[in-house]
Design a protein around this ligand. Structure first.
Ligand code: SF4
Length: 338
């Protein structure tokens, strides 16, 4: 098998946000939004990050792009250490790494026409000579399933799905290598979601794009991913290719997320795993395994020792989970403690 090229390598990434307090406004604590995560995105693949709200998935995307300055770690993109770049160099580098937000309307000037929005992005990154940009705008609109006649309309004249297509066209306008899609279809109706996901897949094939796809919805992630990372409270708890994750999940948290996806097979009734309690605060995360306050299998060991990501005999290559007891749970040898 041909060796895949590493396009993005994130190592020991931490993103702590200071909490200020007291009269002097000193830092009194931190929100540990992302806490020491490492992963690689290979060229041409879609790696998804999934988890509940507050798990750190969007923060990870923003830290990679340095929209928020990471606390520590390294982010290597195509051989360049992004965290070592100055502001000017980083802005130039953003041509290669684009982001699509949940609500593209929030990140575009509502008084600019689609033509202006797309041209601006090309201007900032010096893409194409000026006299060729108009043709490129039309080409981009057609690429994302819109028409030339829509180039001079304002964003509010479009539906949510069409606005997301404009967001995608804007990202494509600078010929990026990696697109970070942050909850890019979450605000759309299910039928429109499918259309936008299909468009993203088509564009990936056409332009050999690489996606880091961030979503809270495992159903959506299933549609688009090659590999999936599951995050919980700032940590990666499981990483696997899509098939392994759906067919052979190892971490109890992943199992609970999967059990919440409605089954389309009426003969196959899934047992829903309801987790107790809410996600704890990332200001003061639980000791040991961060999932222990909600895990039905937690023991004293889980409360004191942090499990590392590792593989077990029944897992395929590249499939790793962070649980002390995944073998015992898989073999039904561990009793639940609730
Ligand atoms: Fe549950 Fe313990 Fe595994 Fe964490 S390490 S997922 S608490 S069994």
């Amino acid at each position: 098998m041909q060796q895949q090229k590493e396009l993005l390598k994130v190592t020991n990434l931490k993103q702590y946000f200071p909490i200020k307090g007291g009269i002097l406004g000193r830092t009194v604590n931190h929100v540990k939004a992302v806490d020491d995560i490492s992963f690689t995105v290979y060229e041409g693949e879609t790696l998804s990050i999934v988890g509940e709200s507050g798990c750190g998935k969007s923060t990870t995307g923003r830290a990679i792009l340095r929209l928020d300055e990471p606390t520590s770690g390294s982010v290597d993109f195509d051989g360049v250490d992004l965290l070592s770049l100055n502001k000017k160099e980083m802005n130039k580098m953003r041509k290669n790494l684009q982001i699509i937000f949940q609500d593209p309307y929030a990140s575009i000037n509502p008084r600019h026409t689609v033509r202006q929005i797309l041209t601006e992005a090309m201007e900032i990154q010096h893409v194409l000579p000026k006299d060729q940009r108009d043709d490129r705008v039309i080409e981009l609109l057609e690429t994302v399933g819109l028409g030339a006649h829509q180039a001079d309309r304002l964003p509010h004249e479009f539906s949510g799905g069409q606005r997301q297509r404009i967001g995608i066209a804007r990202a494509l306008s600078v010929n990026p290598k990696l697109i970070i899609a942050d909850e890019a279809v979450s605000a759309l109706d299910v039928s429109i979601q499918a259309q936008v996901l299909n468009l993203l897949k088509k564009l990936q094939r056409e332009f050999r794009l690489t996606y880091l796809f961030i979503s809270h919805d495992l159903g959506v992630v299933r549609h688009i991913s090659d590999r999936i990372i599951v995050m919980y409270l700032g940590k990666i708890v499981e990483i696997a290719d899509k098939k392994s994750l759906f067919e052979n999940p190892q971490h109890p948290y992943t199992k609970s997320l999967l059990s919440a996806i409605p089954s389309t097979n009426v003969d196959h009734k899934k047992e829903r795993i309801i987790l107790k309690g809410d996600v704890p605060s990332p200001i003061d995360p639980p000791t040991g395994c961060r999932f222990h306050t909600r895990c039905p299998f937690a023991t004293e060991l889980c409360r004191t020792e942090t499990p590392e990501l590792r593989s077990a005999d029944n897992m395929k290559d590249g499939h790793q989970a962070a649980c002390h007891y995944m073998e015992e749970i898989s073999a039904n040898k561990l009793q639940t403690t609730v």
